[in-house]
Every structure is written in C-alpha cells, then in structure tokens.
Design a binder for this molecule. Structure first.
Ligand SMILES: O=C(O)CCC(=O)C(=O)O
Length: 213
C-alpha cells in the first residue's frame, strides 16, 4: 500500500463530501486505537445493536456523549446494560473540528457524539442515513485498521448513483452540506489489510457528529 508511485489524492466524492487519505499519522492512529480499546470495555462498552425488525447489525458499536440506538439518542445504554453513556472527551471534539475544517473549511463545530464501529469477520453496514441528529453539522469519519469499501450515495435513495471509495487506516471522510443526509454504508471489509504496526485485527470507524440536542 505504501509503495504506490503517487500519493492518493484528496477527492470530493459528492458536493460537500470529501475523502482525505492518510489524514492521521501512525502515532495518532495508535493513540485513537488505545482510546477505542478503553471505550470498548464495559460498562457502556462495545455492544451488538438490535434493529426493531428483529435483526442485528454485524458491526458492533460503542457510543460516547450520547448513546445511539435505532433510531434515537439517549444518555444511558437503553438497549444494553442501562448504564450512563461514556463522556465525549474535549480532545476528540478538537480532532473533529480540525477534520471538518481541513476537509470542508467548515466553521468550528461543537461535536458531542462519537459512534465507534468495530468490524471483524464478515461485518458490514447497510446503506443508511445519519438523520437522528438535530444539527446539520458535517459528519466526520476516521478509519483505523483494515481497508474497507465505503459506499457513498445520494440523499434520495439507497440505490445508484453512488461512489465506492476505498478507506484505509488513517483516512478521513467528511460529509456535510448537500451530502449531509446522503445514504452511505460499508459493503465490504478486506480482512488482513490493516497496517501491521498498528496491531489491530479488523476495522474501526470513529464517526463524530453534533447532536444539536
Ligand atoms: O464504518 C464506517 O465507515 C461507516 C459508519 C457509519 O456509517 C455510521 O456510523 O453511521
């Protein structure tokens, strides 16, 4: 991966949706991974999300700041162990603000939610919109570990047109403005592609949002 002739280019995938390769250096990825390992511990740790139709999401999740469950936010893990959601740290808000500014030139955003998704085995995520927030601030997504196919579509339907973007460890993806409510998902994770120096088997995504709550 690092032996490519040309660095991967920053790309505007759709209006207001920008992919910035290699935004996090290895040291920052390690720090984030260590933080994710702490957040994943109980109470209010990594859990399997059950959908109202009786299914389960294959990516497991832990939340900070506000607890997301299908399809609302709460201050406690209402669909799990019932404990208070872990706090959203200031430093993560600073990282989100820097990311939104670098990718979109966005004004400082008061990020107060993190959804951390862990993909192992055959985990994936279906096409969905992030529409349970009251704020229209851009969503910031950071990737660690295995490379995935991130499918970024349109605000109207799960169907085409969409663009498949390869997200690797350290990449940043930000979507706001006309793309804030675009459907997106992760149809595939390429097992065994994480950078060996990170020491992670699988993939983590950290998505930062402003609740407006
Ligand atoms: O894992 C990803 O990159 C996507 C996560 C996502 O779509 C979400 O948390 O809503």
């Amino acid at each position: 991966m690092d032996s490519e002739l040309f660095p991967r280019a920053r790309t505007e995938v759709a209006p207001g949706a920008v992919h910035v390769p290699d935004w996090l250096d290895t040291a920052r990825q390690r720090e984030l991974l260590e933080a994710c390992r702490e957040w994943a511990r109980p109470p209010a740790g990594l859990r399997t999300v059950r959908t109202p139709g009786g299914g389960t999401m294959t990516a497991r999740q832990v939340c900070l700041g506000w607890h997301w469950y299908p399809y609302a936010y709460a201050r406690t893990v209402v669909d799990g162990d019932g404990t208070p959601v872990k706090p959203f740290p200031d430093w993560l808000g600073d990282l989100g603000r820097d990311a939104a500014r670098d990718a979109l030139g966005a004004e400082p955003v008061p990020y107060d939610i993190a959804l951390i998704n862990f993909y192992d085995g055959d985990a994936r995520m279906g096409m969905h919109r992030d529409s349970d927030e009251k704020s229209d601030a851009p969503v910031v997504s950071l990737s660690l570990g295995d490379t995935c196919v991130f499918r970024f579509g349109n605000p109207d339907s799960r169907a085409r047109p969409y663009t498949d973007v390869e997200l690797r460890s350290g990449d940043l993806f930000v979507f706001g403005g006309p793309s804030r409510l675009a459907y997106h998902g992760v149809p595939r994770v390429h097992a065994g592609t994480a950078p060996p120096e990170l020491g992670l088997t699988g993939r983590l995504s950290i998505t930062l949002r402003a609740s407006g709550l």
